[in-house]
Design a protein around this ligand. Sequence first.
Ligand code: EPU
Length: 428
Amino acid sequence: MTKYHIQGGKPLSGTITISGAKNAAVAIIPAALLVDGVCRIENIPQISDVTLILQILQELGADVRTINRTTVDIDCSHIRNRQVPYELARRIRASYYLVGALLGRFGWAEVPLPGGCDLGGRPIDQHIKGFEALGAKVTLPKGGYIRVEAPEDGLHGAHIYFDVVTVGATMNIMLAAVLAKGQTIMENCAKEPHIVDLANFLNAMGADVKGAGTDVIKIRGVESLHGGSYSIIPDQIEAGTFMAAVAACGGSVLVKNVIPRHLECITAKLREMSVEVTEFDDAVLVRREGKLTKTNIKTLPYPGFPTDMQPQMTTALCLAEGTSIITEGIWGSRYRYTEELTRMGANIHVDGAIAVVEGVRELNGAPVRAHDLRAGAAMVIAGLAAKGVTEVEQVQNIERGYETLVEKFVALGADMYRSEIPESAENK
Ligand code: EPU
């Protein structure tokens, strides 16, 4: 079992460099399946979700070569297998991008239904609707797989209107459509920075994708994609997590390697909470000296406030003066972590999608669990801001998406460490 041990109550100070974006990397790496030749992908975050997806590509027959800590070369010219290994793919939500990529390149795929964080129901009906519109036959054979097959003459362009704004389906249909015959028009698309990043990657390899970052994306199918190199954007949510940590703990931190425009929704909320944020070209300086003040937050698709920042900001608001109201607009079940905060002395009342947070003067350290990735980040923030010792369990959920989180916080003056108890010792 791996745990984080945190002695809280110290302000944060110093400089932190943000890694590549998880939710871009987990789509761009499978997109290499569409490419004829070698693609070099730079600024890849070292997180377990990325390790898993690279491992899956290797199992399928891709040649994956590590160039340095953040760069890999991927050559998918000799893919042998289109059936994705069950045990690996079930552990990661983003395995659904293998469906779009394998379908687009080879016209056939069988992929385990995705796993990932438990945030309530996580349907994929819009992905299926999109694949079917492109002409694919979609079946759910027994054993937890989804099977997709293109017609004999291949996929064809289509007009698709998504019923809900979905990041996953927008990117997955983009993957399936870049090599389809004719034009695909997708409406009511998600607009997150990683959607633009995937489109930029595909275009750098020879695709014709226009409109990413707006409601309407138009894709003209091309014959093939060629190799090239591409650098992934910085992680908006990792940056936001450090910003929220400064809000909760106080101090002054320069957050480097960011695109400040992607952080605007987070910056605006922090300013409402009396946190000072100064924007530079590729960095933001975050300072909090006085008291935090209340605010209300509603999570929405980008450019609205990101659901993936909701637990971290709710945690900071536990220490703000006054009452804050949080409304979760994306996921049905993303407040499980509030029970852990309550055990640390927070005053939070949850009713469905709404959480009412009455600010308290202090939190007290306690043993807590990282229920999922962002809930885990919230537990770390709570521990850093609390009096006394906090032990965070189930940190494998955190390490799915944060690169060297402990080392990064320690570099900012946090008193924390990671311990690993071998399973054999635990069983004694
Ligand atoms: N939805 C449907 N049908 C679908 C797909 C989605 O009804 O076919 C609904 C969902 O139930 C949800 C909403 O649409 O209410 C948005 O879901 P979306 O498809 O955008 O989410 P996702 O692709 O499954 C990605 C991120 C999540 C992030 C969401 C929202 C990845 C691998 N995951 O999930 O990231 O919360 O977008 O921004 O990119 C995280 O990083 O911690 C995380 C959970």
